[in-house]
Ligand binder design. Structure first.
Ligand code: SF4
Length: 336
């Protein structure tokens, strides 16, 4: 039964919602393995190169009130997170970006909390693009407007990320009481209208159904400049209102990554090392991901706490895993 659906995808035909739902409903380990193998084949047919994305966290001072219930990133939300407020100055952003560039990692994500109308992202774009050759993703959620998006475009920002997290509005409202789903959708539309590459992902394991995930994957099709989908498994951060909510299982993350690849052959599928767990990076690759995020080189100049969980992937460790799987790292400099 699933073979027919998978063959249809391998032949390049579009799958219907019911077909994706059938894949999500698979429970036998053998069939999950077949789904993952198919996803990895689709990724490998395109390229066996894996992109790495490092990070610089711009600020954890967030004006969203009340805070998102799972957030351990914003100041004072979790003793496991950054906890103390910070706002990085230009010289700190520059040092971090230069350390990433020097390591050979080709891409950096500059992300931060809300309340600055995108100016925190614009400053980062200016610093990164005027001083390095790094590809740049910025992620300040829906804290953007026309002016800041135009400035990001002016600095040749490669990708703007605004995760919808879930399109199940009642779950969104419950978990993100200080935000509105429609504001995030609006930013995704504005990014697409400017023809900036859009990254927009799913936070899974929040209590959403498989149907919600399928609806979400189909909803993303409406954004014409969609180039990247992050798949992020929920992990509880201590002291937050969701501290006792169970973490998203590895199996659910792998299934969702693989089904996203089966639906979207050519899109960058990103797995942040903190959300899957640095020790599980290989499973995301087995499921067809082609971009690992929050990869931190040795000698990185500041202290990092992952978004979604405090752990993160060290560059050397991640490289070992990628190469042990017969895949290649896409370095910034081809000679590296
Ligand atoms: S998840 Fe982002 S928007 Fe929500 S409270 Fe945390 S930093 Fe603010």
């Amino acid at each position: 039964m699933i073979e027919k659906i998978l063959n249809k995808s391998l032949e390049g035909k579009n799958l219907q919602k019911e077909e994706l739902l059938k894949l999500f409903n698979v429970t036998s380990p053998e069939e999950i393995q077949i789904i993952m193998d198919t996803a990895a084949t689709i990724r490998d047919q395109k390229s066996k190169k894996i992109k790495l994305t490092s990070t610089v966290h711009l600020t954890n001072v967030c004006q969203v009130t009340p805070k998102c219930k799972y957030c351990g990133f914003a100041a004072r939300t979790s003793s496991e997170g950054y906890y103390h407020p910070f706002y990085k100055q230009e010289d700190e952003i520059l040092k971090a970006a230069l350390s990433v560039e020097d390591s050979g990692i080709p891409r950096i994500s500059c992300s931060g909390a809300h309340g600055y109308h995108g100016q925190q992202a614009v400053t980062a774009a200016k610093v990164v693009k005027e001083n390095t050759s790094l590809e740049l993703l910025v992620n300040v959620g829906s804290d953007l407007n026309t002016e800041s998006l135009n400035e990001l475009s002016h600095y040749e920002t490669d990708t703007v990320c605004c995760n919808l997290e879930t399109v199940n509005e009642s779950i969104f409202n419950e978990l993100k009481p200080g935000e509105k789903l429609k504001d995030r959708i609006k930013i995704c539309e504005m990014v697409s209208e400017l023809d900036l590459e859009l990254s927009s992902g799913l936070l899974i394991g929040l209590g959403e159904s498989y149907e919600d995930r399928v609806n979400h994957l189909f909803f993303l099709k409406k954004f014409s400049s969609l180039g990247e989908i992050p798949i992020m498994g929920f992990n509880p951060y201590q002291d937050t209102p969701m501290a006792s909510h169970p973490p998203c299982s590895l199996e659910e993350q792998m299934k969702t990554i693989a089904i996203t690849r089966i639906m979207y052959h050519d899109i960058r599928i990103t797995v942040p090392t903190p959300t899957i767990g640095p020790e599980n990076v290989k499973y995301s690759l087995m499921a067809g991901a082609d971009n690992l995020a929050t990869v931190i080189p040795d000698h990185y100049p500041s202290h990092v706490k992952g978004v979604g969980s405090p752990a993160y992937g060290n560059l050397k460790e991640v490289v070992k895993v990628v190469e042990s799987m017969g895949l290649k790292i896409e370095y910034r400099n081809a000679s590296k």
